[in-house]
Structure formats: structure tokens, C-alpha cells
Design a protein around this ligand. Sequence first.
Ligand SMILES: Cc1ncc(COP(=O)(O)O)c(C=O)c1O
Length: 366
Amino acid sequence: VLERVKAHLDLEATIGGYEAAERTEDEHERIYKNLARMLGCSAGEIALVDSSTRAWDAAFYAFAQRFERGDVILTASNEYVSNYIALLQMVRQRGVRIEVVPSETNGEISLPALEAAIATHKNRGKLIALTHVPTNGGLVQPAAAVGRIARRHGIAFLLDACQSAGQMPLNVAELGCDMLSATGRKYLRGPRGTGFLYVRQSLLEQLEPPMLDMRSANWTAPNQYEIRGDARRFETWEFSLACRLGMGVAVEYALALGLDRIQARVAALGEMLRGGLEKIPGITVRDLPGSGHPRAGIVTFTHARLTPQEIRARLSEQKINVWTTSTEGTRLDMEARNLTEMVRASVHYYNTEKELERVCRVLAAL
Ligand SMILES: Cc1ncc(COP(=O)(O)O)c(C=O)c1O
């Protein structure tokens, strides 16, 4: 990935940006095809954008133009901060209502409660927005079951797969989602500044992006423009091609390893780390368990005396990288569980069992 990014920057510097783009047209097209393979859709249903947030926004704000006062957006208690801010903006601007569907005690969205909410709101339920794996733990939401409910009721389903893309198989037909957003920079191991969006063909033709440019539309006559017929209507003309090509390599890499294998390895390491942490006095693992899925590789915990920031600093001294997650990232869930901040350790397949044992040893010594 790094070599690809750097090589393209060098090529741009040597022969020129447009010229370098011309030479990599086939490789660029291959990214769409590979992502389509990864998600089980067609290449025309993929848009490449700058981040997961921009991918989600592109779909949401296009969809939002249809909202009418009193329409309802159904979501779950682990929804991501940026998504929720956008939902709140639509409450303010369009008079929609947000219904946060209650969770089961295992953290998953309650499917009977979702059915009940849809029934209560009758035909006002217009969109289900769900985060597949939250930013604050290993919970995997039952997205496919939500997708089946969405389809049965003819409600559009927008899935935030930012944390699941690259660490588990994702098939949009099985997931039953109409729109899916994701990033290159997390489990796919691509560069920052990359993201992608899937929009089902039959829906994308009805979605007009609120912002257009010469990539998303053609200026066909002095007073006319035509929006593209494929998902590239959600793209911008300008982007970092070097980073995008790097993401393309990351996607090929994940496909070659196999997402089933990746998921098995990440899940096993995640469980190993949780098991080790649970044995350390003072540490509490905070991941919501969910059911029926292997948990994702995001492991969150707190310490009885040390703050998450202190733990991060102490681990950093030992060259162990963890991050922290705080209330605002997933406010509904964090407030419901009386949590303000947690340490977040994200394992990936390249981590070794020895490394995880060392993390636990260092933490125990604190
Ligand atoms: C669930 C979820 N969605 C979206 C995002 C945003 O991703 P990005 O910052 O790449 O746009 C994150 C980032 O942590 C996330 O956890």
C-alpha cells in the first residue's frame, strides 16, 4: 500500500498529475471492480470518496431531500457521532423524528422493538440508519436481520460499515442494505483520506446529490446538466489518486487473504485479549457481547484507578499503541452505561499472540 502511494506521488512529480492519472486509468477502474467483488454488487454501484463520513453523508443528504415533516428515522443506540449529528440536523431542518430503537441487554438492536416501532409509525418510517460495528467496542449488530425487516417493510436501509469493512465478509444482498458506507483507513489497512459508498442501482437513480460537480454531472448545454446514472454521481472530480490507488492495493490484499480468514483471526485475537484483560485486577472489559456473531476486533476497557488517557500514555511508553473512545463518539450508548471514556485496543491479523500477552503483562504491572 505504502509503495503504491509513494510510487504514484513520484510519478506525478516526474510526468505531471494528469499524465499520471491517464497512465493509471485501468488500475483505477479495477478498484471499483474489486470493491464490487468484496461487497457482492456491481461496479456501477460503488462511489469512491474521501472518508467513511463523506460516504455516509453523500448517501444520507441525498436521501434526506425526500424527508417530509413527521417522517421517522429509525436508528440504534450505538450510532456514530457524525451520523447522529446529521440526523439531528434533519430534525431541525425538515422536522423529521429520530426513533432510537431499544437494545437487547447484549447490546444488539432489539428486532421485535424495531418491528414494533415500524408498526407504530405506520408509513412514516422512511430510513433505518445502523452502525454495523460501533466505534466503542466489538459489538456486531445483526445487520442482515435488520435488512430483512427493512426490505419487508420497504424502508431504506443505510449501513455504516466503517469498522466492519476489511475485517469480515460483507455482502450487500445478504445484509439487505440499500446504502453502505466505509473507509479505507481502518480494517482494510488503506491510507487515510479514502472511503467508499455502495448504493443499490434502483435507489441511486432516485437520489440526487445535494452537491454536484463535473464528475457527478455533465454540463450538456449552456442551460442544461445531466447527473450521471451510476454511483459516481456521489463523487467529486478532485481527489488524491495516490491514496486511492493505495486503497486499491489494500482491497486486493484483503481479497487475496480472504475475509473469512481475516475475520476468524481478528475475532480469535480479540477474544484472547479480552480473556487476558479480564484476569487483571482493576480492569473491566466493556465490550457489549451481542449474540451469534464473533465479536469484532475492537476491544474496550476501563481501569478502576487509572484513566484511559493515563493508560494510553503508559502503554505508549512501551511502544504499544492504543487509543481512547469517549462519550461523544457514541453518546447514547455511553450515557446509558454511565461511561465517559474507555481505552480502545484494536487488534488485527498481523498482531501476534505474544504481543497480546505483552500488552496484558504491561497492564498488570501498572
Ligand atoms: C462507526 C464509525 N463510522 C464512521 C466513522 C468515521 O470514519 P472517518 O473518520 O474515516 O470518516 C468512524 C470512525 O471512527 C466510525 O467508528
